[in-house]
Design a protein around this ligand. Sequence first.
Ligand SMILES: CC(=O)CC(=O)SCCNC(=O)CCNC(=O)[C@H](O)C(C)(C)COP(=O)(O)OP(=O)(O)OC[C@H]1O[C@@H](n2cnc3c(N)ncnc32)[C@H](O)[C@@H]1OP(=O)(O)O
Length: 425
Amino acid sequence: MTEIRKVAVVAGNRIPFARQDKTYRHASNSDMLTAALNGLVDRTGLGGQEVGEVVAGAVLKHARDWNMVREVVLGSKLAATTPAYDIQQACGTGLEAAILVGNKIALGQIDAGIAGGVDTASDAPIAVSNELRNVLLDLNRAKSLQERLKVLTHLRPKDIVPEIPRNAEPRTGKSMGDHAALTALEWGITREAQDELAYNSHINLAKSYDRGFQDSLITPYLGLEKDQNLRADTTLEKLAKLKTVYGKGETATMTAGNSTPLTDGASTVLLSTDEWAADHGLRPLAYLTHSQTAAVDYVKGAEGLLMAPAYAVPRMLQRAGLTLQDFDYYEIHEAFASQVLSTLKAWEDPIFCKERLGLDAPLGEVDRAKLNVNGSSLAAGHPFAATGGRIVAALAKQLDENGGGRGLISICAAGGQGVVAILEK
Ligand SMILES: CC(=O)CC(=O)SCCNC(=O)CCNC(=O)[C@H](O)C(C)(C)COP(=O)(O)OP(=O)(O)OC[C@H]1O[C@@H](n2cnc3c(N)ncnc32)[C@H](O)[C@@H]1OP(=O)(O)O
């Protein structure tokens, strides 16, 4: 039986996140992930070397990118003999990739691996209709000009209209924002509270740049040195003036300022055993010690789409023998300010904790001074699959800088899923 080994987070590297259709307008997922990966290789001196595996993914991917991560590795500074593959768990992809790599390290299957994620909202895949697809496939099968012409007679003008991807849940047709607005209403989350969370995200991210915290986490790309969405000059007054974009009438509270913007970007994280790190002249920043996933039935309306982390965290805490207050840092992905606040309120609510989580007492409050201390997705932006890597690397560095401690990561994902984890130093 293999002994379970400690999983160290050794380094992280990402490119600055860009607003949709701005600096990375012409960069593909592969371009961006390669840039993030090469930055990590340079930062850790791994040029020409092999690591156990590279595991990464993208939420929005072109059909031609069926083997994207392996292709990225082949075009990177890593040895071409490094195995690599794609995974996808919506916005949980980057964290799930780190968990997968970590589990293989823990089980002794690999000694080191790189997890990552990338997404472009600027270069989204455009699909063709099933009818056009069938005609194109039949054309390819046709053996003569006559057969080809016959196939073409089946094509109707409406069949050639392309299918542009929508930021919507396939089973409800509602956007993530519309779903979050319903949850915000259910939990009575105010506009002021959402704007305050958004404001803190920008201020905290700006401060982290000012104190050089991001220097060892980011490699400039295409001339961009900082996250393009960061608005260091934002104020509560400016946020309060923005018009609502989700929800209805008087009850609408969600704006472009307290929702994540559509974003392009990529991130990577290096994980390994202590021994591997030492052999490569590197040192652990923190350890990945626990993880958990959960899913909720949002389709029948039993729970809000983005509320799965509210279920995953207590399950993980129970297995880890910890309480919600046993953390020095909380990294709760800010898909929308209202979704973070709904989750926090649920954990404080005795009825939710008893009836939905089956707990005797509420999980209680999270100390807001420990929440997203270096900013999160509202300020940095949210290139879906890249968010997990951004958070893991930043939290590991924060724990290292702190000289120890424990951090909670919570990420909500499309499809009513949640991926959560604990880092410790
Ligand atoms: C996917 C998963 O698995 C799980 C998840 O994470 S769910 C989350 C998924 N992400 C999303 O759904 C993304 C949602 N976001 C969007 O679709 C769009 O960003 C949005 C509809 C919310 C806004 O789009 P938009 O209107 O084009 O935004 P944008 O033009 O940037 O901003 C509108 C205005 O607000 C202003 N603004 C935005 N943030 C501001 C701030 N912090 N301070 C001051 N002003 C701000 C902008 O300057 C702009 O003002 P002007 O009109 O005067 O130029």
